[in-house]
Structure formats: C-alpha cells, structure tokens
Design a protein around this ligand. Structure first.
Ligand code: PLP
Length: 403
C-alpha cells in the first residue's frame, strides 16, 4: 500500500517542509491542548457519529453531485459534474468545519467561541453553530470589512454573536486574525478559537482539512455510482484552501485523477494586484516561502519580506498566504495551481447563472473560469468534478456593478 500521502502532516505538524507551529510562547500550551483533544476525538466513534448527525440534520449533507448537462453541452468538452456545497446551511462549505470544531470545543468544556472573518462568511457560519450549541460567540472583523459586509454583520448579530471591529493596520482580515489570537492567549481556559481555513499553526491545517474531507468522500462515492469510474479532473478555488483540499483528499491516491486549484488572478500580475501564491507558472510575482500567522508556507511579500497587499474581486480568496498542504502538493506536482482574473470570474458566474440557473459565489466562479479555459483542450469522454463551494447571493452587489 502506498502510504506516502496519508501520513501528512508528520508529528510536528509538517507537510514536507511546510506547516509547523510558529507562535508566541503564550499559544504553545493552548495548541498542544487542542492537538491532544483532537487526537482523542478522532479516535472516538461517538464523536464521528454525533458530527455526522449534525452534518445531516443541521447542515444538509450529503450535498448532491449534479451532472451539469447544459454546461457540458455549452462548453462542448468533458462531462461536468458540480458538487453542490452551495446548498449547505449558511450557503457554503464552511459549516462543515465550524460544526466539527464546535463539537470539539464542547468536548473540551469550552463555553466561548471566537473567530475572525474577512467577508463575513466564516463569521456567519461560526455564529450559526455557536447559537446551535448555546455558546457565547465573539467575531473579530476589520472595520473596513464591516463596512463592506454590513449584511453579514447583521446576520451574525441576529444569531447572538458579538462582532468586534478591529481598527488596526489595513483594518481587514489579517488584522482581525491578530486580534483573535490575542483574545485566545488571554482567555484560553474558557475559549476555543475557531479558525476558518487550512491555515495557522498545527493542528489547524490538519483538523480543518479533516472536517472537510467529507466533500471528497461523498463525491467519490457519487461519481462511482453515476459513471462507474473516477473523474479525470477535480477543480476547486483556493483561498486558504479548505474547500479544495476537502475535495482533493479522498482522491490523492488515485494517481490518474488530476487536480487543479484556482487562485485569484485579480487585475494584474504585479505584486499587490492579485492573490496568486502558487500559480507561479502563470507569471505572477512576489510569492515565496515564509511564516505568516503561525505556519510556514508560500506568502506574498515584498523583496524585504513585508507582507504584501493583495487584491481580488472575491473577498474569500483575498489573503497573502495559502494552506501549507497545498504548498506541498504544488511542490510534488500532485496538484496543479492556476489563477483566474476578476473579469474571468465574473464572466464565469454569468455563464453558470444563465446556463444552469445557479448563481455561484465569486470564489467558486474562479474555479469555473479555469475550467472554462481548459475544457476545449479536454476530450468529450473525460469527466470533471467542479466544487461549487458557495452560493452567490452575498456577491450580488459586486456582480451587478460589473454587468
Ligand atoms: C471562504 C470561502 C472560500 C475560500 O476559502 P477556502 O478555505 O479556500 O475554501 C471559497 N469559497 C467560498 C464560497 C467561501 O465562502
């Protein structure tokens, strides 16, 4: 048996050279406590059973794997299947991870959940789960983002969360993360930090991945049932990388299944104009290994190592670092990474809306844009699974402005 892929991360939380735990001393003990609690929960069948019930009855799993007959015909290439994570409660895959971590927090006896959010999607999913578990919830959010995402701020508040504006730095996601880490270090006895993607210090990249593996497990079973064979290609967008690794993981040992992760190409190739950290082959500049917010991975940075500003039309892809496991998969050439521009993503969103009657989140529209670009080079008998990570209601103002 080929166990090479299954052993990541190693005992120090590393995916090859990437990952690990680069944190101030105050966070070492909390991370160790979390690592041990997670290891215990993972070995406990009753944890898996309880989580499965929540995923079914609260979140709406399993999600369909829909054959997109009209999109397939429209593109004239491979047979396209859509994994419908957009149909989940709160509108995206994020609820998978939120439920897993909240259940773990409950087992650890924590009564208070904190989170950080950029666009507000992770904040909304966290607020929903905290309400469901009867836990106190505090969400840190840059004041710039609060202004841009007022509706999500209202949603969180309606579900009982306290939203704390962060006025430091660029007043966006990375400043909110710093604030959440400070809160956690101070209140760790009562508090769980519910991190929203496969980022941060060990054990987060592993744990968040594991809670999203259900996407690929279902998709693998569903396509075998529908087609009697495995897909040729998986396509997913990569912000931190949680929906992508969630789909990819169940297929890692199927060497004939290719994987494409799609980052934000923004509005240009220069540093500051995009959020492409791994799509080097497409000519994007400014990404090299470094440490950001607890993990060693590819980071967009200036020549002297300052974290770069990023741009994307889609807030969920607009982050200067990428999950460490993706850095390894890129290095191993097990997955390929490309990028789609703002304009291509908007175009792809319009195509899916018109052809299939589904409005995608702009994050997911990046993955579709890359698929649209590739489809003409694929054969008709090939099969693709496109991960529709979320629905587009939240992005309607932005889409309408472009049209
Ligand atoms: C947050 C978000 C993303 C980006 O996060 P990943 O960790 O890369 O999955 C992608 N799609 C949607 C719909 C999101 O809400």
């Amino acid at each position: 048996m080929n166990t090479a892929v299954k052993t990541w991360p190693d005992l120090r939380g590393r995916f090859g050279p990437y990952g690990g735990r680069y944190v101030p001393e105050t966070l070492v003990a909390p991370l160790e406590e979390l690592e041990q609690a997670y290891a215990k929960a993972r070995a406990d069948d009753s944890f898996a059973r309880e989580l499965d019930q929540l995923l079914r009855n609260f979140a709406g799993r399993p999600t369909p794997l829909q054959f997109a007959s009209r999109l397939t015909e429209h593109l004239g290439g491979p047979r396209i299947y859509i994994k419908r994570e957009d149909l989940l409660h709160t509108g995206a895959h994020k609820i998978n991870n939120c439920l897993g971590q909240a259940l773990l927090a409950k087992r650890m006896g924590k009564r208070r959940i904190i989170a950080e959010t950029g666009a507000g999607q992770h904040g909304v999913a966290t607020a929903a789960v905290a309400a469901r578990f009867g836990m106190e919830c505090v969400v840190y959010m840059g004041t710039e983002d609060m202004e841009r995402q007022r509706l999500n701020v209202s949603r969180m508040k309606l579900m009982g969360a306290e939203v704390v504006g962060v006025n430091a730095g660029s007043r966006t996601l990375k400043d909110a993360i710093n604030e959440a880490m400070r809160d956690w270090a101070t209140n760790v006895r009562t508090t769980h930090y519910l991190l929203g993607s496969v980022l941060g210090a060990h054990p987060y990249p592993q744990m968040v991945r594991d809670f999203h593996k259900v996407i690929g497990k279902e998709a693998r079973r569903q396509i075998l049932q529908a087609e009697g064979g495995l897909p040729d290609l998986l396509v997913a967008c990569v912000g931190g990388g949680s929906n992508a690794i969630g789909l990819f993981h169940a297929f890692l040992e199927d060497s004939a299944v290719k994987m494409l992760g799609v980052e934000a190409g923004g509005r240009g190739h220069q540093l500051g104009e995009h959020a492409a950290r791994l799509a080097e082959a497409m000519g994007f500049t400014g990404s090299r290994p470094g440490v950001l917010q607890g993990t060693y991975t590819y980071v967009l940075q200036t020549e002297d190592g300052q974290i770069a500003t990023t741009h994307s039309v889609s807030a969920g892809l607009d982050y200067p670092a990428v999950g460490p496991e993706h850095a390894l998969l890129a290095e191993q050439h097990r997955a390929e990474y490309s990028a789609a521009s703002d304009a291509a993503a908007i175009d792809a969103a319009r195509t899916l809306a018109r052809v299939e009657g589904i409005i995608p989140a702009l994050e997911s529209a990046h993955a579709l844009a890359a698929l649209i670009a590739r489809a003409p080079r694929m054969r008709r008998e090939e099969m693709v699974i496109f991960n529709l990570s979320g629905r587009g209601d939240k992005d309607m103002e932005i889409i309408a402005r472009y049209l």
